[in-house]
Design a protein around this ligand. Structure first.
Ligand SMILES: NC(=O)c1ccc[n+]([C@@H]2O[C@H](COP(=O)([O-])OP(=O)(O)OC[C@H]3O[C@@H](n4cnc5c(N)ncnc54)[C@H](O)[C@@H]3O)[C@@H](O)[C@H]2O)c1
Length: 260
């Protein structure tokens, strides 16, 4: 347990995490925060998975995790979820925007639906959560936000798709403006830009060639990323140990596409 997950009255800080019940980064962030001592609101568009994941964590950690069925594209639902989360333990101290969606289509073949869905989930979903959760963090006297972007935001590559790259680049701009506006209110806002962080669902999105030789030929550390790599970085940025860090983008890609 890390003391910086405790408020001055000794109660646990509360984090609101989106897309928190999948096989990848979101679920790993929940675990890293829980290991540090945070109380965590486990929200996910897949309701059953959110409830099962929260139940598993509650049994494992011997304390309550709050599951909420939440699609981040639904502004009213995000507002309701934020209220429910704040009522749970008296407030919210942190937010992690991890929800993302991608469908690979070349730009000149991309359907308007693919473009719109990607922007809706990745960029507007991040706005919806900032807009509804951050006022509650401000009410508590401050806290921290982490937005999950991607190296797709700056990499000149055919690998990620135009909509996803544009949305993830938008998250960086959103992060910087949010940090500028919220610093005086005690809220730090940072972004994490991962490279390949493997989970089994990725093979549904990326072609097999994308993975071939990645660990050996592209990564500088001889492996692909693991969800817990990002979980650890997110937990650090959420903690007081990162108290002088705001408005930054932390790349985490095994050296594949460093953030210049
Ligand atoms: N995996 C990678 O290599 C990688 C690299 C760079 C960035 N990212 C970003 O990291 C984040 C997590 O990705 P991951 O691949 O680790 O998957 P993940 O397992 O953490 O996330 C999948 C979960 O997202 C949920 N989800 C999907 N759409 C949603 C919505 N509209 N609202 C709420 N929840 C929704 C799904 O129900 C699922 O449980 C995403 O933002 C992704 O773009 C991933």
């Amino acid at each position: 347990m890390n003391d910086s997950a405790l408020r001055s009255d000794g109660s646990r800080r509360v984090a609101f995490v989106t897309a928190a019940a999948g096989a990848g980064i979101g679920a790993a962030i929940v675990r890293a925060l829980a290991d540090d001592g945070w109380s965590v609101v486990v929200t996910d568009a897949h309701g059953r998975r959110a409830f099962e994941h929260a139940e598993r964590l509650s049994a494992e950690y011997g304390r309550e995790f709050l599951p909420i069925h939440l699609d981040v594209t639904d502004f009213a639902a995000v507002a309701a979820a934020a209220e429910q989360a704040a009522a749970w333990q008296g407030g919210i101290d942190g937010l992690v925007n991890s929800a993302g969606w991608n469908k690979l289509e070349p730009l000149i073949e991309m359907s308007p639906e693919t473009w719109q869905r990607t922007i809706d989930v990745d960029l507007t979903g991040t706005f919806n959560c900032l807009r509804n959760v951050v006022p509650l963090i401000v009410e508590r006297g401050g806290g921290a936000v982490v937005n999950i972007s991607s190296i797709a935001a700056w990499e000149m590559s055919t690998e990620h798709g135009a909509a996803y790259s544009a949305a993830k680049a938008g998250i960086l701009a959103l992060t910087r403006v949010a940090a500028a506006e919220l610093g005086s209110k005690g809220v730090r806002v940072n972004a994490i830009a991962p490279g390949l962080i493997y989970n089994d669902f990725l093979i549904k999105v990326y072609p097999a060639e994308f993975f071939a030789g990645y660990a050996e030929a592209r990564s500088l550390v001889g492996r692909v990323g693991r969800p817990e790599d990002v979980g650890n970085l997110a937990a650090f940025l959420m903690s007081d140990r990162a108290g002088y860090i705001t408005g930054e983008v932390m790349g985490i890609s095994g050296g594949v596409a460093p953030n210049a």
